[in-house]
Design a binder for this molecule. Structure first.
Ligand SMILES: NC(=O)c1ccc[n+]([C@@H]2O[C@H](COP(=O)([O-])OP(=O)(O)OC[C@H]3O[C@@H](n4cnc5c(N)ncnc54)[C@H](O)[C@@H]3O)[C@@H](O)[C@H]2O)c1
Length: 442
């Protein structure tokens, strides 16, 4: 198959405004982490854009630059932070409240920068997250008025902060489960539904639509529908705006998308996968409402089926019992603990078990993904690559893909795809790993 022509990538000049919807644990950890990194007070561990390398050409060439030296990413020094939240807390208060970072070491030293990030009023309705009750919200529940207000916020922020470009990332709470329906099919229906205050248009869709209308790339770190609806996908494609989602792939699902492909690669069978978590942060509190958890559950459950393809391997994966639960348990705060019990089968059907106990830190895992997503989305936009950015699947539990495609969940295929996209963007050969040439030329 012939390769599409290499795009020309505009340079990353000027300031990049990063707008986070939500200024909670993930967003404040992201902002603090970048500010600490800029000052040499912390290392951006977990971020491919900051720490990762990329092999170019043949293995014998020894060309392996850092990704950030290879592709023209925005410099951390050029980022300006903006946010919306239903609470008025600035990033200093938000980071202190979230309890993710040590105050003396990682908050006080950058308190000035954090204090400067004050959220704009949220476009919010409680029916989409009933366990949240904040007052810092727009004084309207008219969806049209909310949409226009978000657009005004975007433009004001850009002007006030003299930004060359903007990106928006959803780091706000998971909304209730909404399936794409009539209102989400085309622009006429969507516009009408906004005017009619249709309940199936959640605030996350208004933020996403506002971003697209303003030509701002949008990434979705939560599992709610948001930009993953036919109408917004089409709009983003038609207007050449980069979009990606959904739901940061951080803890248990990260593990799942490493282990499940291993089982399949070795043709080991699977009888059941029982996953449970305890989590005590505000995210956990919002997810304690069943209608919000349903959104997360759908995102977490889809992964195994897509990886294992039971219809192709009925003897191995035809009857898998998969269960996922999250239990709100305040004493743990952001330090999530996940347990997986995996019942597998080997040669002749003999049963075996794998147990995983991941004691992780939710926002410590999510912040670097959010950073990479904003930098790569900005890069894609400068390369003129609008619509769904499937090469960013690496970061998501439920990767957004074109209609008719199944998502690729295998972490290492996702990474290969991401790096090949970067190689292609910069006019380097993509790497197929065929490797016959090493032997044929000798
Ligand atoms: N490892 C992870 O941390 C992880 C992984 C995958 C997905 N996520 C998702 O990322 C999101 C953020 O996680 P978190 O731990 O930072 O949660 P959080 O509760 O600490 O922060 C979310 C913030 O969003 C705000 N918010 C809610 N609705 C809003 C709206 N309409 N407009 C503006 N602000 C709004 C809330 O007030 C809150 O401050 C959640 O949806 C979570 O499910 C997190």
């Amino acid at each position: 198959m012939t390769q599409p022509p290499t795009p020309s990538v505009a340079p990353a000049t000027g300031r990049l405004g990063v707008l986070t919807v939500g200024l909670g644990a993930v967003a404040s950890t992201l902002i603090a982490g970048v500010e600490l990194t800029k000052r040499g007070l912390g290392l951006p561990i977990g971020s491919l854009t900051q720490m990762g390398t990329i092999r170019l050409g043949k293995r014998t060439e020894d060309r392996t630059p850092l990704i950030k030296d290879f592709v023209p990413l925005a410099a951390l020094e050029d980022i300006v932070w903006g946010a919306w939240d239903v609470f008025p807390d600035d990033a200093y208060v938000a980071a202190s409240r979230a309890g993710v970072l040590e105050s003396g070491k990682h908050i006080e030293s950058i308190s000035d920068a954090l204090r400067e990030v004050r959220p704009m009023q949220a476009a919010f309705e409680r029916k989409y997250a009933r366990n949240l009750d904040g007052e810092h919200i727009k004084a309207t529940t008219s969806k049209r008025a909310m949409l226009e207000a978000i657009r005004e916020d975007i433009n004001r922020f850009k002007e006030d902060n003299k930004c060359e470009r903007l990106v928006m990332i959803w780091c706000a709470s998971t909304e209730i489960f909404i399936e794409p329906g009539k209102a989400h099919m085309d622009i006429e229906s969507f516009e009408k539904a906004i005017d009619a205050n249709d309940e199936t248009i959640a605030p996350s869709q208004l933020y996403a639509y506002a971003a697209l209308l303003e030509g701002v790339p949008f990434s979705n770190g939560a599992p709610n529908l948001s930009v993953d609806a036919p109408v917004l996908r089409q709009y983003a494609t038609d207007h050449n705006v980069a979009i990606s989602g959904k739901d940061f792939k951080t803890g248990q699902t990260l593990m799942k998308t490493v282990l499940a492909p291993m089982l399949k690669a070795r043709m080991l069978g699977l009888q059941g996968w029982y996953s449970t978590n305890i989590l005590g942060n505000r995210d956990g509190e919002v997810l304690d409402a069943p209608e919000n958890f349903k959104t997360k559950e759908e995102s977490k459950l889809g992964v195994l089926e897509d990886i294992l393809q039971p219809s192709k391997y009925p003897d191995l994966y035809g009857n898998v019992f998969h269960k996922v639960s999250i239990n709100y348990y305040p004493p743990r705060g952001d330090a999530k603990e996940g347990w997986d019990n995996i019942d597998i089968t080997g040669w002749l059907g003999y049963p075996m078990q794998i147990k995983v106990n991941f004691l992780c830190r939710d926002s410590i895992l999510a912040a670097p993904l959010a950073l990479d997503l904003v930098l790569f989305s900005d890069l894609a936009q400068r390369a003129g690559m609008g619509g769904i950015q499937e090469w960013l699947s690496f970061y998501y539990k439920s990767p957004q893909v074109a209609p008719g495609l199944y998502p690729e969940h295998d972490l290492f295929i996702q990474l290969t795809k991401l790096k090949n996209t970067l190689r292609w963007m910069m006019g380097e050969d993509v790497i197929t790993h065929l490797g016959r040439d090493y032997y044929e030329e000798i």
